[in-house]
Design a protein around this ligand. Structure first.
Ligand code: PMP
Length: 289
């Protein structure tokens, strides 16, 4: 596998970063997870926009223009023969001293890995997920804003550990006020009749690209989308619940904290959205060729 590192493509075995990189020492950096479908990078501009917004929020200057970074992503996919896959784009603060001061790091490091990912076993897309609410609350926005997709993912990792301890693969995270924020690595939707309900980003969620695609497709399919504060009551009493994310795509949730959602099987609305999402993803994106 060829990795984009230090402005060029290098062999995986030679793709090394310094132990003094603040990305490693402090989780100081930002990243994106991006998909390629059918020879195109899906929603690349949207991912790059979010990456640059995350970087600005942590006072990190990405040492390339968006256009150059876009070309580098495409080039990395091409070099690895990736037509359908998963791309990890990482920008670390770069090499610094052992102190916290990020401004001792003179050269942010841009890393691009183009490979594959299978987040959940295929079968779970047919049966739906069982999940639980975890005690680890989502980061408070004024501490580390969940809108920043930073390399500091311990909040999510701790939630994931709790989910795994409970014997499930995902979870609902609440914000410090007790409202639904998101899953450990995905956004959450509840279906109520013809309405899709999802928490607004200020409730403690990342502004997911997949979430935005669902919000875009929903009206064409006859659904209304409402961003609103949600409690677990709204989740437990929804007709359907589903999660969205670049790696997860759209996956149904059929059980939350032992409350069976709907009929306990992936519902018609989730299935319809997933079908249209896949069709949309197949025909849009930045060409790799
Ligand atoms: N929330 C969190 C915490 C995430 O890490 C992700 C990405 N895996 C998402 C939501 C979904 O965002 P996207 O659809 O842009 O992948």
């Amino acid at each position: 596998m060829k990795i984009y590192l230090g402005g060029k493509l290098v062999d995986e075995s030679r793709a090394r970063v310094s132990v003094f990189d603040h990305g490693l020492l402090y989780g100081d950096g930002v990243f994106e997870g991006i998909r390629a479908y059918n020879g195109r990078v899906f929603k690349l501009d949207e991912h790059l926009d979010r990456l640059y917004r995350s970087a600005r929020a942590i006072a990190l200057t990405i040492p390339m223009t968006k256009a150059a970074l876009s070309r580098a992503v495409v080039k990395t996919c091409k070099a690895n023969g990736v037509r359908d896959g998963y791309i990890r784009l990482v920008v670390t603060r770069g090499v610094g001293t052992l102190g916290l001061n990020p401004f001792n790091c003179k050269k942010p490091q841009v890393i691009i890995i183009a490979g594959g990912i299978q987040l959940y076993p295929k079968k779970l897309y047919e049966t739906g997920l069982s999940i639980v609410t975890v005690g680890t609350m989502r980061n408070q926005a004024e501490a580390i804003n969940p809108r920043i997709k930073s390399l500091n993912y311990l909040n999510n990792v701790l939630a994931k550990i709790e989910a795994l301890n409970a014997g499930v693969m995902e979870c609902i995270m609440l914000n410090p006020q007790g409202y639904v924020a998101e899953a450990s690595g995905d956004n959450v939707f509840a279906v109520q009749g013809k309405t899709l309900l999802t928490p607004p980003p200020w409730c403690g969620s990342l502004e997911g690209i997949t979430r935005a695609v669902v919000m875009h497709l929903a009206p064409e399919l006859g659904f209304t989308v409402r961003e609103d504060v949600m409690t677990r009551y709204d989740i437990y009493n929804a007709d359907e619940v589903f999660l969205t994310g670049t790696a997860a795509e759209i996956i149904s949730v059929v059980n939350v904290d032992r409350r069976v959602i709907g009929h306990g099987r992936p519902g018609a609305v989730t299935k319809k959205l997933a079908k249209h999402f896949h069709a949309f993803a197949q025909r849009t994106g930045t060409p790799i060729a």
